[in-house]
Design a protein around this ligand. Structure first.
Ligand code: FE2
Length: 297
């Protein structure tokens, strides 16, 4: 019977999603072949929209674990109550029993870009999906690198970029009534700014990526220590991050529906949540992993 079922299973299909990423159909989360092929596709095309995969938190964690080593977010307020590696975004307020954090990621960023080792891959499973205005904006920083004006690309080569969580750190329920300087000192002690090359070569594809985000990148510095706020501004503008209309040609809106799973290469893309002023209930589960490479320092 099981052989028959295996025979009947539709083979996985991976096809382009317009000019951004791939769509995967017929994916079997328990198949090592399927995992290997999707992983390759994510490295090559940066993002995969996997259709028809509804996973419980434990299953999502197991699947992500087949791609790399899941890493819990450093702030426990985001953790799923039973599985710290599962990060919960939720705008459903159930009072003191609330699970997850609302309004996450409403600014351009890459996950953990402010840490010495940013996450390599991100997995998102939407659980409660709004009927409209749903999706996540993305910018492909590999494509952005290739499309930079050559003079700007030359000016940026060899510089470093410094990233900090300071501007977007979320005040936690326990921070209420604490003096703000105490909170800021704690942020600086736990997550001091990190410095990475402004342009890195992706460890799996060799493609160069201009790894900056308006949410976390604070400074571009020349090898001799000179800070270049002008270059940072130019890079933000050139990569579409200053466009509040989201009509810049570099910006893609990735939509999804119930039963979809998004997997993206966090070393190559930045993203920004789409939140509206009158939001419908929305919940998503996220797992982030380190694979065998990271970002070259
Ligand atoms: Fe994010």
């Amino acid at each position: 019977m099981s052989d028959q079922l295996t025979m009947q299973r539709t083979a996985m299909r991976i096809g382009p999603q317009g000019d951004f990423g791939v769509v995967v159909e017929g994916f079997d989360p328990t198949s090592t072949d399927d995992v290997r092929e999707v992983k390759r596709a994510v490295y090559r095309e940066r993002i995969a929209l996997v259709k028809g995969v509804e996973l419980e938190p434990r299953q999502l964690l197991a699947l992500a674990g087949a791609f790399g080593t899941p890493v819990p977010y450093y702030e426990p307020i985001y953790h799923h109550p039973d599985l710290p590696e599962v990060f919960v975004s939720s705008n459903i307020d159930s009072g003191p029993q609330r699970i997850g954090v609302p309004k996450t990621g409403k600014f351009w960023h890459s996950d953990y870009q402010f840490m010495p080792r940013p996450f390599d891959l991100t997995f998102i499973q939407p659980k409660v999906v709004p009927t409209r205005d749903r999706g996540t904006y993305f910018i492909d920083l590999a494509r952005a690198h290739d499309e930079l004006d050559p003079a700007l690309r030359r000016a940026v080569a060899g510089t470093t970029a410094t990233h900090s969580v300071r501007r977007y750190f979320k005040i936690r329920p326990d921070d209420v009534y604490r003096p703000i300087h105490e909170v800021l000192d704690e942020i600086d002690a736990r997550t001091p700014p990190v410095t990475l090359p402004t342009i890195h070569a992706h460890p799996h594809t060799g493609r160069e990526v201009v790894y900056i985000s308006e949410g976390f990148t604070t400074t571009i510095t020349e090898p001799d220590g000179t800070e270049r706020p002008d270059l940072l501004r130019e890079l933000f503008a050139a990569t579409g991050q200053l466009d509040d209309t989201f009509e810049h040609p570099a910006i893609r809106l990735q939509t999804f529906e119930a039963g979809d799973l998004l997997i993206w290469d966090n070393r190559s893309l930045i993203h920004r949540a789409l939140h509206t002023t009158t939001p419908e209930p929305a919940v998503s589960h996220r797992v982030t992993v380190f694979d065998d490479a990271g970002i070259p320092a």
